[in-house]
Design a protein around this ligand. Structure first.
Ligand SMILES: NC(=O)c1ccc[n+]([C@@H]2O[C@H](COP(=O)([O-])OP(=O)(O)OC[C@H]3O[C@@H](n4cnc5c(N)ncnc54)[C@H](O)[C@@H]3O)[C@@H](O)[C@H]2O)c1
Ligand SMILES: [Zn+2]
Length: 360
């Protein structure tokens, strides 16, 4: 088992990464000085696979857990589901010292985290991420929230978990498409922060695609460490944390205009990162060789790298970019790379160049 520390003073916590970890959930929670009662929030795909093991482990450590199962998929990240969760927590008489366990992908993590942040003005919560995306990204860093009709993640909070437990065995049942989408965030860490990780991914992608446990352990741990380092320096995204949005300006807009559901988030940001690499070549001195290595790695991971948009769709893309919540005073800001492993945030890009980057 590997342990990564997220050093945030009294909000600090450990990320545990390894195989067969779910059985340790109860024992690990027991170290955290939490109340006896807890609620597990999970979804309809994950619950039937892993909830029993989670409950058994909690029971063995003396915890009494109830299970709340929400529908699977992005639509569950809504205020309506939040309300339904509050009702169940009240029915099961969860108290201030009680805690919640988010057992699932990023949807469950964001939703359960938001419920935990707000129920009784905040109760403790533990993340047990079961998708690759959630293990390397969404379960770490404390961004929690839900969607509104007007847009994604418009209601939320910064609320750190007390523990993140990444059981690599949980990834075995993840559908191939979802697994690959998670790889888009993994590759992102290489581009924004760590050239050695990027090189390792170039070498080991075939094994990673086969979900080789040793490689997966090393890669997930490195990604979590990078996310921890970034969050430690900028917990509430006033600066540096923005680098995690590499490829996301275009990616989010693409998700929005194609109606959420056509592209998975990882697929959209794969296209977005390749477009951002092209822009970086023109504006930040990224070499053509690095642009090609970036494009090739996404392709090797089985991810889309380009999209064909007609003029009308491009207009809608720009409108969507301006609606993105990261836009300040109407200006779209980009994260751009000067080389693999090094990026800068807050760069303005002329519209014509964005348009050009989408034609590749
Ligand atoms: N909080 C953050 O910092 C942050 C960062 C990135 C993304 N996100 C959010 O994360 C969400 C996406 O997360 P996701 O990609 O994990 O999607 P998800 O939670 O919808 O999971 C994807 C699908 O896989 C299923 N699933 C999950 N684990 C499984 C397993 N082990 N075996 C079989 N099926 C499994 C789920 O039921 C779902 O159908 C988005 O809402 C996004 O906004 C948040
Ligand atoms: Zn992302």
């Amino acid at each position: 088992m590997r342990t990564i520390k997220v050093a945030l003073g009294d909000r600090g916590y450990n990320i545990l990464i390894g195989r067969n970890l779910l059985r340790l959930l109860g024992a690990e929670c027991a170290r955290l000085n939490l109340g006896r009662r807890c609620a597990i929030i999970t979804d309809r795909n994950v619950g039937p696979r892993f909830a029993k093991a989670a409950q058994r482990s909690l029971a063995k450590a003396g915890f009494e857990s109830c299970l709340i199962t929400v529908p699977a998929g992005e639509t569950a990240k809504s205020l309506k589901t939040v309300q339904a969760c509050y009702d169940q927590l009240a029915r099961h008489r969860l108290e201030r010292k009680s805690f919640m366990v988010a057992l699932g992908g990023g949807v469950v993590g964001d939703l359960a985290g938001f419920v935990a942040a707000t129920y009784l003005r905040g109760i403790a919560f533990v993340q047990v991420p079961t998708t690759l995306l959630a293990q390397v990204d969404s379960s770490v860093g404390g961004k929690v929230g839900v969607n509104l009709k007007a847009g994604k993640n418009l209601v939320g909070a910064f609320y750190q978990p007390r523990l993140v437990l990444c059981d690599l065995d949980a990834l075995r049942t993840l559908p191939t498409r979802e697994y690959r989408a998670g790889l888009a965030e993994v590759i992102k860490y290489g581009i924004i922060y760590d050239a050695a990780l990027f090189k390792r991914l170039e070498q080991d992608m075939p094994k990673l695609l086969k979900r080789n446990p040793d490689i997966l352990a090393a890669v997930v741990a490195r990604c979590c460490q990078i996310k921890a380092e970034v969050v430690e320096q900028d917990e509430t995204e006033n600066g540096l944390r923005a680098i995690l949005n590499f490829g996301h300006t275009i990616g989010h807009a693409l998700e929005a205009i194609s109606g959420y559901g056509k592209y998975l988030h990882g697929e959209a940001i794969s296209i977005g990162q390749v477009a951002a690499a092209h822009i970086s070549a023109r504006q930040q001195g990224l070499s053509i060789d690095h642009v090609e290595r970036i494009t090739k790695l996404f392709r090797q991971a089985g991810l889309p790298t380009r999209v064909r948009l007609d003029a009308k769709q491009r207009t809608r893309m720009f409108a969507a970019m301006k609606l993105d919540k990261k836009v300040s005073s109407g200006e779209v800001k980009f994260v751009l790379a000067s080389k693999i492993g090094r990026v800068e945030f807050g760069r303005q890009v002329p519209k014509a160049l964005i348009e050009e980057s989408l034609i590749f």
